[in-house]
Ligand binder design. Structure first.
Ligand SMILES: O=C1NC[C@H](CO)[C@@H](O)[C@@H]1O
Ligand SMILES: [Ca+2]
Length: 438
């Protein structure tokens, strides 16, 4: 989008992002290739889904980011490992939601960028192994875990994120294979949740997959409510599903009417009782920051801008935003930050929606603060306390770091010809499912 104001030269920042990402990738290849995570302080390996068994998570999450950066030799390294080694025939329970947004989404994005058929086969293979969680459920709300080898399902005590964040990944599999099962199963679970909204049009977040009963009263735009709302809009944006847009509009109008609060001119979203509207908590999770971008994407640009302005006061105060903070006292309730990408996610979405340079500026501060606080010997580390001087680090780097903020920064600063800046889609894990310009 042609920025209204004269924009500065962002190329040096883009080159820094690419250099840092490839530096971290080389350490992963040298020390932890095939591990779910590298341990960025010790250079060790770490499993994510199953203790004792990695499935190359960081390599899968990195492919589309590397491709967008034009790092084709590194794309080849990642794809080589995946095609030679990745198998989902693992006799262990995998969390259905995390496996979908990271592995189904990561492989689908890798296929979208490279066109290599084995990557689509693997995405379909792991998605098929998740399906029993949906088909074994009496309500259509998926169980939280499924054994990828045996199909045994478990843990019906779930939430609206883990029952409602599939339509993007499952939907492109239906589109690319012609098998509608994926789309239909993902949408059915979203319908069950929407139809259980309260009189106020709000949603609690905990639900039982076998009984369909709500298990709590609290509504939140943070976890575990966030990506249910995100995927209602995404199902419309990706596939033109007008019914999903209606459900999104109904629920979003209710959130703006009953779950929003303005204090000192700033817009916040407290946790409220979904049945009465009573404010239960004025804590804000750093993960809720994505919602500023979703509001802007879905035509509520002023509200999206206002919420990002509010979150920006937290970035200005803390440098790196705490995992959760009280927005009245602006004190950290949980001072950690596991390289969370949401503020940058929303900055990209708001920049794409408005062309306003302020969002690139805010993302650059986010990047600078990450470089200053998280960079270690072998990569980038989660923080255990952003208020410590200097902030204290943990020997862990989450898989979403390879897919999310470094991709957001690159897209914001590089103007890469490999991305269609007008017609694109990034999933909740920033997997590129539309808009790769091969
Ligand atoms: O939707 C998500 N929630 C949590 C992670 C990032 O904080 C990531 O997996 C993804 O963005
Ligand atoms: Ca997300």
């Amino acid at each position: 989008p042609a920025a209204a104001s004269a924009s500065r030269n962002w190329k040096p920042t883009a080159e820094s992002v690419r250099r840092e990402f490839l530096w971290a990738w080389q350490h992963y290849v040298d020390r932890a290739l095939g591990a779910d995570h590298i341990k960025p302080i010790s250079g060790g390996r770490e499993d994510f889904f199953v203790p004792g068994h990695s499935v190359g998570l960081s390599a899968v999450e990195a492919v589309d980011t590397l491709w967008l950066m034009g790092a084709d030799a590194e794309v080849a390294q990642a794809v080589q490992w995946i095609e030679d080694n990745l198998s989902f025939d693992v006799d262990a329970p995998f969390q259905v939601f995390e496996t979908n947004i990271r592995m189904v989404g990561g492989l689908a994005a890798a296929y979208h960028c490279t066109g290599r058929p084995r990557l689509l086969e693997l995405a379909v293979d792991v998605a098929d192994r998740l399906l029993p969680a949906f088909t074994e459920s009496p309500t259509g709300l998926p169980y939280r875990y499924v054994n990828l080898a045996t199909g045994a399902v478990s843990r019906p005590e779930t939430n609206i994120v883990e029952v409602g964040t599939y339509i993007a990944e499952f939907g492109v599999l239906s589109e690319w294979t012609g098998d509608r099962r994926y789309y239909d199963l993902a949408k059915r679970a979203m319908r069950v949740v929407h139809d259980k909204r309260t009189e106020l049009g709000l949603l609690p977040h905990d639900i039982h997959a076998e009984t369909g009963e709500w298990r709590n009263r609290q509504a939140t735009v943070g976890p575990p409510g966030d990506s249910y709302y995100e995927y209602l809009w995404d199902g419309y944006a990706l596939f033109g599903d007008e019914e999903l847009r209606q459900w999104y509009d109904t629920l979003t109008d209710a959130i703006l009417a009953h779950q929003a609060e303005r204090r000192d001119g700033l817009l916040w979203f407290p946790q409220v009782d979904a049945f009465t509207g009573e404010v239960l908590s004025r804590e804000q999770s750093v993960l809720a920051g994505f919602y500023a971008g979703l509001l802007a994407e879905s035509g509520r640009v002023d509200e999206g801008r206002a919420y990002h302005d509010a979150f920006n006061t937290a970035q200005e105060k803390f440098g790196v935003i705490p995992h959760s903070f009280d927005y009245v006292t602006m004190s950290a309730s949980d001072p950690s930050n596991a390289l969370r990408p949401e503020f940058a996610d929303a900055a990209l979405m708001l920049w794409l929606a408005t062309g306003d340079e302020i969002f690139r500026e805010r993302a650059r501060v986010h990047y600078d603060n990450m470089l200053r606080t998280s960079k270690t010997d072998y990569g980038f580390a989660s923080l255990s306390d952003v208020t410590a001087k200097p902030p204290s680090q943990e020997d862990s780097c989450p898989g979403y770091w390879w897919s999310e903020q470094m991709k957001y920064y690159w897209l914001l600063f590089s103007d890469t010809p490999r991305f269609d800046y007008r017609d694109n889609y990034l999933s909740t894990e920033a997997n590129l499912l539309r808009g790769a310009r091969r």
